[in-house]
Design a protein around this ligand. Sequence first.
Ligand SMILES: Nc1ncnc2c1ncn2[C@@H]1O[C@H](COP(=O)(O)OP(=O)(O)O)[C@@H](O)[C@H]1O
Ligand SMILES: [Mg+2]
Length: 265
Amino acid sequence: MTVISLTNVGVNYNEGTKNAVTAIKDISLEIKKGEFICVLGPSGCGKSTLLNVLAGFVKPTSGSAIADSEPITKPDWNRGVVFQAPVLYPWLNVKENVEFGLKMRKFGKKERSDLADKYLKQVELFEFKNHKPYELSGGMRQRASLARVLVNSPKIVLLDEPFGALDAITKINMQFLTRLIWSYEKSTFFLITHDVDEALSLGTRIIVLSSRPGVILKEFNANFTYRISQSNLDQTRFSKEYIRLREEILSLIYQQTSENSGYVI
Ligand SMILES: Nc1ncnc2c1ncn2[C@@H]1O[C@H](COP(=O)(O)OP(=O)(O)O)[C@@H](O)[C@H]1O
Ligand SMILES: [Mg+2]
């Protein structure tokens, strides 16, 4: 089942001005239910633009973006977004933040509360539900943002470098938690990262974009995410297959950045 279908999508910003930029070009992509797609590409190549098209924040200049047989024209609860900087209302506590979307959607009080508790447990924040965002660490805030999205049971979760600002250990823990949630929610995840190990250890499909204008250079199927959940991280990431694919992806990206000096990953 296709969740979102992109056909020859291109995005130009500031068309007709001297600041005109082609961010992405000719992107065709079928996102299937249950996939965990990871997108890698040099900085400034249009990754966030692509995610913003899926989310409905940016309209394609050319081509089509379809979800549920309808063109994507605006944001929707069905497509939840997690940004690098957590989005939380500072005056609400953690639970009120998680309930916020359901309140907007006119869910009853009891249902709202039960759903918020369920997802607070899932992201291991239940004990902190009465805390205000400023009382939480960066990783906890990001978990609260994730719960805020998951509580709406979105058909797809879009994550734009969600762990980029976290320290190495918190990042690994967040990756484990994300993998767990993806597998028991049976949801579809689309994650942008500049960390090849993050892509390899989470993704079922890895898409490598070229430098700007971003086009799809190559796609790889991967199953390391299943292997990590069954065995352990190190056994998988030191395996021959993992190292081979890692080298292939990195050399693709280095090629892009050296052809366009000035952009670094
Ligand atoms: N709203 C915008 N208006 C004008 N230019 C933009 C806008 N958003 C992004 N860009 C430009 O589009 C290009 C791709 O940006 P972005 O999608 O953020 O890349 P990435 O996420 O891969 O770093 C960059 O050159 C950026 O400056
Ligand atoms: Mg970006």
